[in-house]
Write a protein that binds this ligand. Structure first.
Ligand code: ATP
Ligand code: MG
Length: 225
């Protein structure tokens, strides 16, 4: 198997005035291409911070992050942004859809941002929308959708460009059991069908049983399994 994410001795210290908050304290992690990994641990242990650093949204204080063979610390901001657009799809707990755009508009915007202007992007969008059971909702704005539907639109948006890596921060945190299962089944299907690597944060032990491997975090560290 090939390695798609490698993290070495990663530290992140947030500074608020004179106060230092160490969020990551020497994290080492390897994720193989195509793996579905869940990241679990108590509130405040650094899960979201780790995901944001992997996705190039937050700069680490020290340490190395290598994504698909590229060392984020050695890249310019512009290149890092390109890498994020092309290779990474984010799904957040709060769906973060643009309220003025329809479901279709939200997904199409993601295609556009990734520079996906080739002829098959429309077909690609339709395939993803069908897979997520959203065909009848494309003309709706986010406030006209249920929480589960909004999250499925957010997933469609994250995966439509077939990013190699999907980073999901508690994507089922705001959903009821039925919708949580639906969303997780979707993620499993994407992982199986397209071999996309998924890193999923969850508080729910049942959710982590869906995944290939569970990574446990405490106080900015990853516990040895
Ligand atoms: N932008 C920030 N500025 C200052 N401190 C921060 C910032 N983001 C996170 N922290 C702190 O870093 C630590 C780790 O936060 P993080 O959001 O990564 O935790 P988490 O494991 O995702 O928690 P939760 O399960 O509650 O989402 C916490 O102590 C938090 O207060
Ligand atoms: Mg978090």
């Amino acid at each position: 198997m090939t390695e798609i994410i490698r993290i070495e001795r990663l530290h992140k210290i947030f500074r608020i005035g004179k106060v230092e908050v160490p969020a990551l304290r020497g994290v080492n992690l390897r994720v193989e291409d195509g793996e579905f990994v869940s990241l679990v641990g108590p509130s405040g242990c650094g899960k979201s911070t780790l995901l944001h650093v992997i996705g190039g949204l937050t700069a680490p204080t020290s340490g190395r992050v290598i994504v698909d063979g590229m060392d984020l610390g050695q890249m310019s901001d512009g290149l890092r942004t390109q890498l994020r657009k092309k290779k990474i799809g984010f799904v957040f707990q709060r769906f973060n859809l643009l309220p003025t755009l329809t479901a279709w508009g939200n997904i199409a915007l993601a295609c556009h941002i990734a520079g996906n202007r080739n002829g098959n992007s429309r077909a690609e969008m339709q395939a993803v929308i069908k897979m997520l059971g959203l065909e009848a909702r494309m003309g709706h704005r986010p406030y006209e959708l249920s929480g589960g539907e909004q999250q499925r639109v957010a997933i469609a948006r994250a995966v439509v460009n077939r990013p190699k890596i999907i980073l999901a921060d508690e994507p089922t945190g705001n959903l009821d059991t039925e919708n949580s299962e639906l969303v997780l089944n979707m993620l499993c299907e994407l992982n199986h069908k397209f071999g996309q690597t998924i890193l999923l944060i969850t508080h729910n032990p049942e959710v982590s049983t869906f995944t290939d491997r569970i990574v446990n975090m405490r106080d900015g560290h990853i516990l040895e399994s």
